[in-house]
Design a protein around this ligand. Structure first.
Ligand code: AVJ
Length: 313
């Protein structure tokens, strides 16, 4: 049994304001739904970042300015689809580097290694399975050659600003002077565009959220009736926050057998499931200053929807 998830379910669903962390979205079923989200026309971050890494790989590597060989360490590599264009550029140019993808999922790392070895046979790939927090804070990942860390896809958006600063400080502490961090951030834009990326017409994001309840049913033998819950999300252009919720459609009790607990829901009660925070370039400057990085450059897509910002220690 996943102890941390068990504790978070009990704590999060018995508190005054119910909540569950978005990190629990990504079981096998949830990861598959997330793949569907990334293919939706409304979910622009995937296309924007793909454009950046396809068209600006050369400029990014030039801005990094490392001597060869160097490391590319990807935190939360997943299926690595977004990174492919960058790796392809480096391999094609015969640049000497080691690709070190880190991911919590052994399955994801196996698939990634297999696909990349096939598509880029000359790539030197050294996958690590584990929680990047633990790998970065406990182990010594420092080497004598320069490293570029990648934290892509806008994953930093799941953290509040103070948490994001702490995470960036943790990255910073594991880096040597001269190392770089390429950080993907979603940018504040027309609120309607952001709204439809999360409140999609086909309800894929709703399914993604409801899967949290199915996961609890599966892992802890709970009896959530998924159809008695709905999904709501809201973008606030003033603070750049998309907040997502599940709504209990009626007064109901849910038994979680393996955790020996009964959860009570009022009609219309909310479970907060996710923060997806958007930034503008000034906000990013503030993040960088507070985590001791220098902004080398912002690499934006042509629509200016998303940035891969290069931070240097
Ligand atoms: C993977 C955290 C970047 O917040 O945009 C997509 C997850 N949630 N649709 C995001 C997500 C709803 C995504 N991140």
């Amino acid at each position: 049994m996943n102890k941390e998830f068990a504790n978070d379910v009990i704590k999060g669903l018995t508190s005054e304001e119910k909540h569950l962390s978005s990190k629990y979205f990504y079981d096998d079923a949830g990861s598959r739904i997330f793949q569907e989200i990334m293919q939706m026309p409304e979910y622009y971050p995937t296309d924007s970042e793909f454009e950046i890494l396809s068209q600006q790989a050369e400029a990014i590597i030039a801005a990094v300015g490392f001597e060869e060989p160097f490391n590319i360490v990807e935190l939360g590599a997943g299926d690595g689809a977004k990174t492919f264009k960058l790796l392809e550029y480096l391999v094609t140019k015969n640049i000497e580097f080691y690709y070190v993808p880190i991911d919590i999922s052994q399955g994801a790392m196996n698939t990634l290694t297999k696909t990349l070895t096939k598509k880029l046979p000359k790539l030197s790939i050294h996958p690590r399975v584990g929680d990047y927090f633990e790998i970065l804070s406990k182990e010594n990942v420092q080497t004598t050659i320069p490293s570029l860390l990648l934290f892509l896809g806008g994953n930093i958006g799941n953290y509040s600003e103070p948490e994001a600063i702490k995470l960036l400080q943790l990255f910073n502490n594991s880096m040597k002077k001269g190392d770089g961090l390429l950080l993907g951030l979603d940018i504040k834009k027309n609120p309607k565009i952001i709204h439809s990326a999360y409140y999609d017409a086909n309800g894929i994001t709703k399914r993604f959220n409801l899967n949290l309840l199915s996961r609890i049913n599966k892992e802890f033998e709970a009896d959530f009736k998924v159809t008695d819950f709905d999904f709501y999300c809201h973008y606030n252009p003033k603070n750049g926050e998309v907040n997502s919720y599940l709504i209990s459609l009626k007064k109901q009790s849910v038994t979680v057998k393996k955790l020996d607990v009964v959860l009570e829901f009022k009609k219309d009660e909310l479970i907060w499931t996710e923060l997806s925070k958007k930034y503008d370039l000034e906000d990013i400057e503030r993040l960088a200053v507070q985590s001791d990085f220098i902004i080398e450059n912002h690499f934006l897509d042509s629509k200016r929807y998303f940035t891969d910002t290069l931070l240097m220690k």
